[in-house]
Design a protein around this ligand. Structure first.
Ligand code: BES
Ligand code: ZN
Length: 867
């Protein structure tokens, strides 16, 4: 597809400046708008085409040299989301026309455009606020506009509100007057920016402020929550200073506001100078929230702040370049987190987080290249996925390691300076990096961003000679020759006992090296810097498994991850993975444990619909693997515990407990009992999820009721979400039904949280089936609640279909969607079905291999008294 296939607005007239005034009404849930849009006429014309959706026009005219001419007509095209305005006069190139439109829009409840959000005031009453979410293509719901990232303009925004409410926008307030009982706030003129970054918020808001940066940095919340904003306000202030230094470029706006919004479809949105967040992704309190939540908040805040430069100051010219935004902000949030919290060792975590998300999605036929052609609006939401974020950031991590981090940052500075207030394509980034490094960066990187997929490197040994061969990797393991034509430039990164061969690139099909005495010990892809999997001969894998002390943390986690992925796709046997993890019981690092345990959980999951012997045996393995270390480390937490150490304790406690460790279960139930009786501090935040889950499984209805009570009166949003996630843990049909019934009960579960109660249900087969039945039986209502233009529908489809790994389930899902429009979620659905298919072949292929290993290792449930 070429650039010409993009469905974009005509280029006869271009926007220069928006003078926009809006007045939201919380009684009618509508807003009055007035727009004066200055235009540049490129070609003489009497029509103007711009984006507008779900709004009505009042008077429409054009003003030229002070003379106003009403329009003949305004025709809306709902499908194209445009309006064509026709004038009785020609707008000529020499004129400076101003388009003037009065309009009425809907303050909708769909978390898109200018929308309403509700919260419970401290006195218990329901209150409203109004906020925006424009990215990618919903600014057109808030005001008529040229809603494409390349049309950068300046904005002067005015909000007309009740005088008691706070009104915020991207810029600072230039004036505030009270007229006829209303407050009129006019904000300073913005710098050149894209429409998807425009924002305004109106509501009864309180704030806390940090003065650690040269401009005010505030966290706004609905009343009563503001004190929980200190952590983010302070981190944001320090991060802004750090980014100014790193990018060698000042933050150009006069203030930075960050707002916690009670109804929010994504996690956060980087609107320039006015970042909006889901409540849990902004507010944090050490006393009530756990270590994992702290890390998530830090990640989100730093991610959105990185966008202030990468995305807001310099913007992709079209959505095809979305990865430039999201991949970079993802990489940068890790870079920044590592700067502020070196003891969190986030780059180690990267290997089990972004790298694995990228590889697991990109191993599907239904994946897509990082630079994916997008034609029109409804295709855009679906590319906010692990390819743009995770694979995008992996590509940057790879090139930053190859060039060296300092050179990489120098290149970024060149790129930002050269393109500030402008738009770019991927090639512009490569050019800047080439300039900084003197290396031909596009030559190395083009394949990685333009081609789908990644390779598996197969290692073959012959004496001291080793052959490394690359082929496309698919999760289903059935690559056809025509799918295996791309040769990726792969940095092999061979680690030996003494060093790493940094410059060794494999850009042909295969290469043979004589490793000499290094044959004794070597590992491919040192620190998992490259985007590929490595398949060793079983004897080599066993050798590596026997020498974990020679491997870095990243290497160990990566070895397990690769062994897991190669097993589930059929390149290797699952017994190889089981042997590897079962001998690493003394592992001390959190991320390695995380990967070991998640790979074992994937096995248990894949066999969940089979006869119970395998899943039961895997449960014994999970318990025997984790219990000794869990007991050694214990499950009490103190101030002196390290951040990572706390998370390891919590992980081992959770897995051992859910796998049936009696002591842990007893202890969990004891904590839960105290908690139920009102002692809210009886369960440490780090293990609250595990305790809630164990309690619901063991005690059933009484525990479910306690969780519901927590949801109604939580001590923090983090606690509320933890309760949602564990409601569905029990496979008691009554409780499954009660949990399912909550999904549509929007006084208890807001649409933004609909996937949270699904989490517990996905842990057992009865829940998985119930989830699918719910989707099937309520499809029309689901689509009504979560329209296809938003990303939520796609996640609901993925979450409720991807677990149903039986041939009958697969057939049923396929049949159900066969004659339905799949607009907005076709990719998610295809990815889900493909994952189910590979799971089914994995089970078919390896059932006897797994059973044999379990028997030989003494974990087989039917032979065991340990169940
Ligand atoms: N630009 C996105 C928000 C967004 C996502 C807008 C999808 C429209 C559609 C924002 O920068 C973002 O990436 N948010 C992430 C959090 C981040 C830490 C990965 C999110 O919302 O989860
Ligand atoms: Zn982002």
């Amino acid at each position: 597809m070429s650039k010409n296939d993009r469905e974009i607005l005509p280029q006869d007239v271009l926007p220069l400046h928006y003078d926009l005034s809006l007045e939201p009404d919380f009684k009618t849930f509508k807003f009055n708008g007035h727009l004066e849009l200055s235009l540049d006429v490129v070609r003489d014309t009497n029509t103007v085409v711009l984006n507008a959706l779900d709004m009505e026009f009042g008077s429409v005219s054009v003003i030229i040299d002070g003379k106003e001419t009403p329009a003949n007509s305004s025709n809306f095209d709902e499908e194209a989301q445009t309006v064509t305005i026709e004038f009785p006069i020609t707008l000529s190139k020499s004129a400076d026309p101003v388009l003037s439109i009065d309009f009425i829009g809907i303050l909708n409840d769909k978390m898109a455009g200018f929308y309403r959000s509700s919260y419970k005031a401290p006195d218990g009453s329901k209150k409203w606020l109004a906020t925006t979410q424009m990215e990618p293509t919903d600014a057109r719901r808030a005001f008529p506009c040229f809603d494409e990232p390349a049309h950068k303009c300046t904005f002067s925004i005015t909000l007309v509100t009740d005088p008691t409410l706070t009104a915020l926008s991207n810029m600072d307030a230039a004036s505030e007057v009270i007229k006829d009982g209303k407050k009129i706030t006019t904000f300073s003129k913005s710098p050149l920016m894209s429409t998807y970054l425009v924002a305004f918020v109106v509501g009864d808001l309180k704030y806390v402020e940090s003065d650690l940066f040269r401009i005010p940095v505030r966290v706004y919340t609905p009343p009563g929550m503001e004190e929980r904003g200190h952590f983010s306000a302070e981190l944001a202030a320090k991060t802004l200073a750090f980014f100014e230094k790193t990018f060698d470029m000042p933050f150009p706006l006069p203030k930075m506001d960050m707002v916690a919004i009670p109804d929010f479809s994504a996690g956060a949105m980087e609107n320039w100078g006015l970042i909006t967040y889901r409540v849990v992704d902004l507010l944090f309190d050490e006393k009530t929230d756990g270590a994992a939540t702290k890390e998530r908040v830090a990640e989100v805040v730093q991610h959105e702040l990185a966008h202030q430069w990468f995305g807001n100051l310099v913007t992709m010219d079209w959505w095809e370049g979305l990865w430039l935004n999201e991949g970079f902000a993802t990489w940068m949030s890790w870079f920044s987190c590592n700067n502020f919290y070196p003891d969190w060792k986030v780059w180690q975590n990267y290997v089990v987080d972004n790298l694995q998300s990228a590889l697991s999605l990109d191993g599907l036929r239904s994946s897509h290249p990082i630079e994916v052609p997008v034609k029109k609006a409804d295709e855009i939401n679906q590319i906010f996925d692990a390819i743009s974020y995770s694979k995008g950031s992996c590509v940057l991590r790879m090139i930053s390691k190859f060039l060296g981090e300092d050179t990489f940052i120098k290149g970024i500075q060149i790129y930002l300076k050269r393109h500030k207030y402008g738009n770019t394509e991927t090639a512009d980034l490569w050019n800047a990096l080439s300039e900084a490094s003197g290396k031909d960066v596009s030559h190395i990187m083009d394949i990685w961003t333009k081609q789908v997929g990644f390779p598996v490197i197969t290692v073959e040994e012959d004496g001291t000679k080793v052959t490394f061969r690359q082929n496309r990797f698919l999760n289903s393991g059935d690559v056809k020759p025509e799918e295996d034509r791309t040769l990726y430039p792969v940095f092999l990164g061979i680690r030996t006992k003494s060093s790493v061969m940094e410059d060794l690139t494999l850009d042909s099909r295969e290469i043979t090296l004589d490793l000499g005495s290094d044959i004794d010990f070597y590992k491919v892809n040192a620190d998992q810097s490259g985007i590929f999997r490595t398949s060793y001969p079983p004897s080599r894998l066993a050798k590596l498994g026997a020498n974990p002390q020679l491997l870095s943390v990243e290497d160990r986690a990566g070895l397990v991850a690769d062994a897991g992925a190669l097993a589930s796709s059929g390149y290797q046997k699952t017994s190889g993975l089981l042997s590897l993890v079962s001998q690493w019981q003394d592992e001390t690092e959190f991320v390695v444990w995380q990967e070991m345990l998640s790979r074992i959980a994937l096995i248990r999951n894949a066999w969940i619909f089979e006869s119970p012997d395998i899943a039961d045996s895997i449960k014994i393995l999970q318990r025997e693997l984790t219990a000794p270390m869990a007991h050694k480390m214990g499950w009490s937490f103190s101030e002196t515990d390290g951040h990572v150490e706390s998370q390891l304790k919590a992980l081992l406690f959770s897995v051992a407990g859910h796998a049936g460790d009696e002591t842990i279960i007893a202890s969990a139930l004891d904590m839960f009992d105290k908690y139920s009786k009102g002692d809210k501090s009886a369960i440490h935040p780090n293990i609250k999820g595990a305790v809630f889950g164990i309690a619901v499984k063991e005690l059933g209805a009484p525990a479910w009721d306690v969780l519901l009570e927590t949801i109604m009166n939580p001590i923090s949003t983090d606690e509320k979400n933890t309760a949602y996630r564990n409601l569905g843990r029990s496979n008691d049909p009554e409780l499954i039904k009660k949990t399912i019934d909550l999904l549509f009960n929007d006084t208890i579960v807001k649409p933004q949280d609909i996937y949270l109660p699904m989490a517990g249900l996905r842990t057992h087969k009865e829940g998985i089936v119930a989830l699918w039945k719910w989707t099937k039986n309520n499809w029309d209502e689901i689509v009504r609640l979560l329209p296809p233009g938003l990303s939520m529908l796609s996640s609901v489809v993925s979450v409720t279909t991807s677990g149903y790994a039986t041939p009958a389930g697969l057939a049923e899902i396929e049949k159900f969607f066969k004659n339905k429009p799949t607009k907005g979620f076709d990719q998610g659905l295809a990815q889900s079905l493909e994952s189910v298919r590979s799971k089914l072949s994995w089970v078919k292929r390896d059932t006897s291999d797994v059973k044999k290993w379990l028997k030989e290792s003494g974990f087989y449930s039917k032979d065991s008294t340990r169940l």
